[in-house]
Design a protein around this ligand. Structure first.
Ligand code: BGC
Length: 389
């Protein structure tokens, strides 16, 4: 049925009931126009139908700002894809992670992007996805001990550890500088890569007496060895792990300071694996009157740590531009959905197979380049910080 403007005018004049009918008809016409324009379900949202999710994303926890950064960047980037995506968090539990993957499988996903809470434990979840023909992309952390991983999108994690150690080496002069080592969770393959990178740079400077390790008998026992096996690293990490937990980091640092003599303090150098643990460890060292000064590393460029750096409470961070990792994993997923072979730059062995990988470089941030690296690049607005120069 079509109504001319004149018809409508006449009807409106004559009859109130008809007026309402016209309003309803017009609303229908508008709805039809929208549908005809092909308005698909919004990208980044779960479609109404339970079988319409194309890509499932599973992140380890909402309790660390690092993974909220990833969620935010995924949501920003997903605005430009036509595929529907759902993001779930595992809250530091492998059981919850498996439930999340099962829920996404039931929703018909074709690609799974997953950052495991525990690299070994995630194997069963991705094996279940593989059985359904779903392509698996390991995100940031490698899933280990299984052949059910198709691709890996990551930062150069060895370079992260090397950059942290190089910072400490560059700040140290003379010999006998007290060195405190801390590491990530042993269930995270990255913790080994970060430590391996740091050891590459620190070990020669421990061997030549520039640094003296103060908080790990296992590291002292191995300090003559330039290259450590995974088991050897595991022994050191077992002693100085933070488990990526701020409280554990703080408690461990306090225990080390209680055990140390005043002569083991003074101007100290601290290898802290990431920003959250760096702030916790820094606070513990800052509170010890026998610590004259401390240099402490970090990674992730979390806002709170960027403020700590501006305020002189944390020395550096390693900025991993999550926008790039997100972009790479989305374009990898889109290639897979379109039946194309994604681009990769190398491979990582996960204990079972070599997983094809796309790797991204990292950037060191100190007080003097916060502005150019993080503000001018549009990563954070200047208004998020105080006393920024
Ligand atoms: C990530 C870091 C993060 C840490 C703790 C690592 O696997 O690469 O960016 O700080 O996990 O969540």
């Amino acid at each position: 049925m079509q109504l001319s403007k004149l018809d409508i005018k006449n009807i409106i004049k004559g009859d109130e009931k008809m007026k309402r009918l016209i309003a309803v008809l017009m609303a229908f016409a508008m709805l039809f126009a929208l549908t005809a324009c092909g308005s698909a379900p919004a990208s980044g949202e779960t479609g109404g139908d339970s079988k319409t999710v194309d890509v499932g994303i599973v992140l380890p926890t909402k309790d660390e700002p690092r993974w909220i950064q990833d969620e935010t960047r995924f949501s920003e980037a997903l605005g430009s894809t036509d595929y529907s995506v759902e993001i779930l968090f595992s809250q530091g539990s492998s059981a919850k992670e498996k439930e999340n993957v099962d829920a996404l499988i039931a929703k018909g996903i074709k690609v799974l992007i997953i950052c495991p809470h525990d690299g070994d434990a995630a194997a069963s979840a991705v094996e279940a996805a593989r059985k359904e023909g779903i392509k698996v992309i390991s995100y940031d952390r490698l899933i280990t001990g299984t052949d059910a991983v198709d691709y890996y999108v990551t930062f150069d994690s060895i370079a992260v550890g090397e950059a942290q150690a190089k910072y400490l080496v560059d700040q140290a002069s003379g010999s006998g500088n007290p060195l405190y080592l801390y590491a990530g969770a042993a269930s995270d393959n990255n913790a080994f890569l970060f430590f391996e990178g740091a050891w590459n740079v620190l070990q020669p400077k421990i061997a030549d007496g520039t640094f003296v390790i103060k908080n790990s008998s296992e590291a002292v026992a191995l300090q003559g060895k330039a290259k450590l096996t995974r088991d050897e690293m595991g022994k050191i990490i077992g002693q100085v792990t933070t488990n990526w937990d701020f409280n554990e980091a703080k408690n461990k640092a306090e225990a080390h300071l209680t055990a140390a003599q005043a002569a083991d303090k003074g101007n100290v150098f601290i290898l802290a694996p990431n920003d959250g643990t760096a702030r916790a460890i820094a606070d513990a060292f800052a509170a010890d009157p026998a610590v004259t000064s401390y240099k402490v590393t970090g990674q992730d460029a979390e806002k709170a740590s960027v403020q700590y750096i501006i305020d002189g409470k944390q020395s550096m961070t390693v900025f991993k531009d999550v926008r790039t990792l997100v972009k790479d994993s989305i374009s990898m997923a889109v290639s897979l959905l379109e039946g194309k072979e994604p681009q990769t730059t190398g491979s990582y062995n996960n204990g079972k197979i070599d997983v094809k990988a796309k790797q991204t470089e990292v950037i060191v941030v100190k007080a003097d380049n916060v502005k150019s690296a993080l503000i001018d690049s549009g990563y954070y607005p200047a208004s998020d910080f105080t006393n920024l120069k």
